[in-house]
Design a protein around this ligand. Structure first.
Ligand SMILES: CC/C=C/C/C=C\C/C=C\CC/C=C/CC(=O)SCCNC(=O)CCNC(=O)[C@H](O)C(C)(C)COP(=O)(O)OP(=O)(O)OC[C@H]1O[C@@H](n2cnc3c(N)ncnc32)[C@H](O)[C@@H]1OP(=O)(O)O
Length: 280
């Protein structure tokens, strides 16, 4: 459950530029939201060790954080990770392997919700990709309008490598950034791009050395819109994204997901993949 703890104070504990400004914090264990009072930009930080895998609870808290950013009328939102080397490992395999059926339904519905809110948000969004971003992690980053990444990491939709299929709205999200042919190739290969390659093809906008620099670049991007009327900007962004958003038939997508995940060969594949991750 989202229980925001909101305080207003000067924070000598925070590093970088955030420390200079009074900040409001709305935090839970899994997601920390800090709004810089000077810029009005919210930094939403995922904090689920060891790899920010997206389980039901993390997704619920992300969903609530997005509601809070919208409600607070923040100038924009930066999505980041508290972990040193991982942005998000994507969907938590344990939610899909030998699942409790009621929870599985909740899990997928909440993922849809997070995507609809993030991809369809009116406020400006940017991802500070300070660690690897496979599959669902890549989806979150791609749902933002701008991506800044540290070097020597990986990002991509690797689902086919796991023997599963990325839903069509994952594909549309990548198609919002890259040419269709490039997307088809990336998805059929289950390609994980290095930071450098992702930058070369335009999946990532900038490469920086540190998380602090990534946050600063994301802030600069969001501040580009400071003088653009908020509503006009929001409607323009949403017009560009409407087709992809409307294509998602939530009920049908849920039924398809439940059916596919419960197939014995998919369960076997997920089990083997999970074991291989553990043995690593
Ligand atoms: C033919 C028909 C087809 C089928 C259709 C079927 C279904 C279709 C429907 C839906 C599609 C579903 C879409 C899914 C999208 C996804 O997001 S799936 C998840 C994909 N994610 C990954 O492949 C990433 C896997 N992880 C990694 O590559 C690495 O962990 C990572 C690079 C992120 C970090 O590396 P490192 O720092 O070295 O950490 P470790 O690898 O050592 O991992 C630490 C512990 O974390 C556990 N873990 C890692 N990833 C996950 C995860 N995604 N879920 C759960 N747990 C994870 C790992 O096992 C380690 O645990 P341990 O410490 O050993 O207990």
């Amino acid at each position: 459950m989202f229980l925001p703890r909101i305080v207003k104070r000067m924070s000598p504990l925070l590093g970088s530029r955030m420390s200079l400004n009074a900040c409001r914090f709305a935090s839970t264990d899994l997601v920390r939201t800090e709004v810089d009072d000077k810029t009005g930009i919210a930094v939403v930080t995922m904090n689920r060790k060891p790899v920010n895998s997206l389980n039901l609870e993390l997704l619920r808290e992300l969903s609530s954080a997005l509601d809070a950013v919208e409600k607070n009328k923040s100038r924009g939102m930066i999505l980041a990770s508290s972990l040193d080397t991982v942005f998000s490992a994507g969907l938590d395999i344990t939610e899909m392997y030998k699942p409790d059926q009621a929870r599985l339904k909740d899990f997928w519905t909440t993922l849809q919700e997070v995507w609809l809110k993030l991809f369809g948000s009116g406020f400006p969004t940017a991802a500070a990709i300070n660690g690897h971003a496979p599959a669902g992690g890549c989806l979150l980053a791609m749902s933002c309008e701008y991506r800044v990444m540290r070097p020597n990491l990986t990002i991509g939709l690797n689902e086919t490598q796991l023997g599963i299929v990325a839903p069509s709205w994952f594909m549309s999200t990548m198609e919002n950034i890259l040419p269709r042919r490039e997307v088809e190739l990336a998805l059929t290969l289950g390609k994980m791009f290095s930071t450098e390659k992702a930058h070369e093809i335009g999946l990532v906008d900038e490469i920086v050395d540190t998380k602090e620099e990534a946050l600063a670049k994301c802030t600069e991007f969001i501040q580009l819109f400071a003088r653009v009327p908020r509503e006009a900007r929001a409607l323009t962004k949403q017009s560009f994204r409407r087709e992809a958003l409307q294509k998602l038939d939530r009920d049908q997508d849920l039924q398809m997901f439940i059916y596919l995940v419960n197939q014995p060969q998919v369960q076997k594949g997920l089990g083997l993949y999970f074991e291989s991750l553990k043995k690593k």
